[in-house]
Design a protein around this ligand. Structure first.
Ligand code: CU
Length: 392
C-alpha cells in the first residue's frame, strides 16, 4: 500500500479558493500523526465573507404576479379540444425581490462557511490510529483501555464520549489471518462495566464477549484478556456488547482488520480508507467526526482506492459517491463471488462492505449519506458528508 501525497489544491481550485501549496490531506487511516495542527493553507476566516450588496433592481423571476401573464393564459387546458374544464390555478406565492434575494444570500453564506471550514486548517485528535502490538512468544498482544473522554465531533461541539485508548473510533487493530491474538481490555470507565465483542471474528465461545452469556461483565477497575486465532480474513470490528446503545453510540468501537494469509488474496490498491458510520448521541458521524470536521479522501487519476465501510450505528446509511462507481468486492469480510458496481451502497447496522474506486476525473467529488436529513440542512452540509479529492 502506498501513502498518497495528497492535496487540497483540486478541491480548492474547484471552489475558487486560493491555495498555498500541497499539504498532507491525511484522511482516515492514512493520517500520520495523532495531532493535526494546521496546514500550509491560509487560515479560514472565522466569519463568512460579507455578502455582496443586494441589487435594488427587481429580479425577473421573482417579479410580482401582476407583472407576469396570468397562469391560465398559457396553461388553460380547458380551452383545448377534448379537455374538461379545470379550476383556475391558484395564485403564485410571491416574495418581494429584494427580501427574497437577501434571504437566499444569507442562507448561502452558511453553506459556504461550512465548506470553507472543511477546507481550512484542522486541529485535534482523530480516531482509527493503528494500534501497535507487542509479541509474547508467538502471540500478538494489543492493549485497549476503555475510559471517558471529551471528544470534539466538529468545531465548537465537544461531547462526553467513551473511548478506547482516548480516541473515537478506537485504534485500528490489524492482524493477519491465523495470527494468535491477545487483546487485554482494561475498564477505566469508572461507573459502568463493559466487555469487547469481536464482531465478525470466529472466536472460541468464551471469547465472544457477551455478559452473562459467555463471560462476566468487566467491572470498573478490572481487566479481561481475550485470546483467539484471527479468522476469517476481512473487514471486521470490535465494540462493547454491554449497555451497547450507549457505549457503542458513545464511542466504544473500532476496526479489526484481518489481512488474508495468502498475499495473493490481499487487496492491491494505492490507498485504503476506513469509513466507520455512527448515529448515536453525537449525531451523524464518519470516523467519529461530523462535517465539516470529517476528513477528505484523496486519490490521483488512475489510482485504485479501497474503502471499508463499517456501520456501528442504529440506522441504514446509503453512502453515495459522486463521479465514480463503487465496485463492491466483499460483504462482512467475505469476498463476493461476483463483485458489482453501484454508486449508492446501503450500509446497514453491523454491516461491513469493501468497495474499490478508480477515479478517472480530477476534482473534488462530494461523498455523503443519501438520507438527506443525515447530510444537509438549511444551514448547509453537516453530519455524514465528506469528499473524494482527485488530483491529475
Ligand atoms: Cu445516513
Amino acid at each position: 500500500m502506498t501513502r498518497l501525497a495528497s492535496s487540497r489544491r483540486v478541491f480548492l481550485a474547484g471552489l475558487g479558493v486560493a491555495t498555498a501549496g500541497v499539504t498532507g490531506l491525511a484522511a482516515c487511516i492514512q493520517r500520520p500523526a495523532t495531532q493535526r495542527t494546521g496546514s500550509a493553507l491560509p487560515p479560514v476566516q472565522a466569519q463568512p465573507q460579507a455578502a455582496a450588496p443586494v441589487q435594488a433592481a427587481p429580479i425577473q423571476a421573482a417579479a410580482p404576479a401582476a407583472a407576469a401573464p396570468p397562469a391560465q393564459a398559457t396553461a388553460n387546458h380547458s380551452q383545448m379540444p377534448g379537455m374538461a374544464p379545470t379550476a383556475p390555478a391558484p395564485a403564485a406565492t410571491t416574495i418581494p425581490a429584494v427580501a427574497g434575494l437577501t434571504k437566499a444570500v444569507e442562507m448561502d453564506k452558511h453553506h459556504e462557511a461550512g465548506v470553507k471550514a472543511f477546507l481550512g486548517p484542522r486541529s485535534g485528535v482523530y480516531g482509527n490510529q493503528p494500534l501497535k502490538f507487542e509479541m509474547d512468544g508467538d502471540v500478538k498482544v494489543f492493549k485497549v483501555t476503555a475510559s471517558r473522554i471529551k471528544w470534539e465531533t466538529e468545531p465548537g461541539k465537544t461531547v462526553d464520549a467513551m473511548a478506547y485508548n482516548g480516541m473515537v473510533p478506537g485504534p485500528e487493530i490489524r492482524v493477519t489471518e491465523g495470527d494468535k491474538v491477545r487483546v487485554v481490555l482494561k475498564n477505566d470507565l469508572g461507573d459502568q462495566s463493559t466487555v469487547i465483542h469481536f464482531h465478525g471474528q470466529r472466536t472460541p465461545n468464551k471469547m465472544d464477549g457477551v455478559p452473562f452469556v459467555t463471560q462476566d461483565p468487566v467491572k470498573p477497575g478490572e481487566t479481561f484478556t481475550y485470546e483467539f486465532v484471527a479468522k476469517p480474513a476481512g473487514s471486521h470490528m470490535y465494540h462493547s456488547h454491554h449497555n451497547a446503545t450507549e457505549q457503542v453510540g458513545s464511542g466504544l468501537l473500532g476496526a479489526f482488520i484481518v489481512e488474508p494469509k495468502d498475499p495473493a488474496k490481499r487487496y492491491k490498491v494505492d490507498a485504503e480508507y476506513l469509513m466507520i458510520l455512527n448515529d448515536g448521541p453525537f449525531g451523524f458521524t464518519l470516523n467519529g467526526k461530523s462535517f465539516p470536521a470529517t476528513q477528505p479522501l484523496a486519490a490521483k487519476v488512475g489510482q485504485k482506492i479501497l474503502i471499508r465501510y463499517m456501520n456501528e450505528g442504529t440506522m441504514i446509511h446509503p453512502m453515495h459517491l459522486h463521479g465514480f462507481p463503487q465496485l463492491v468486492t466483499a460483504k462482512d469480510g467475505y469476498p463476493l463471488p461476483q463483485p458489482y458496481y453501484c454508486d449508492t451502497l446501503n450500509v446497514a447496522p453491523g454491516d461491513r462492505w469493501d468497495v474499490i474506486v478508480e477515479p478517472d476525473e480530477p476534482g473534488a467529488w462530494a461523498f455523503h449519506c443519501h438520507i438527506l436529513p443525515h447530510a444537509e440542512s438549511q444551514t448547509g452540509m453537516f453530519g455524514m458528508v465528506t469528499a473524494l479529492v482527485v488530483e491529475k
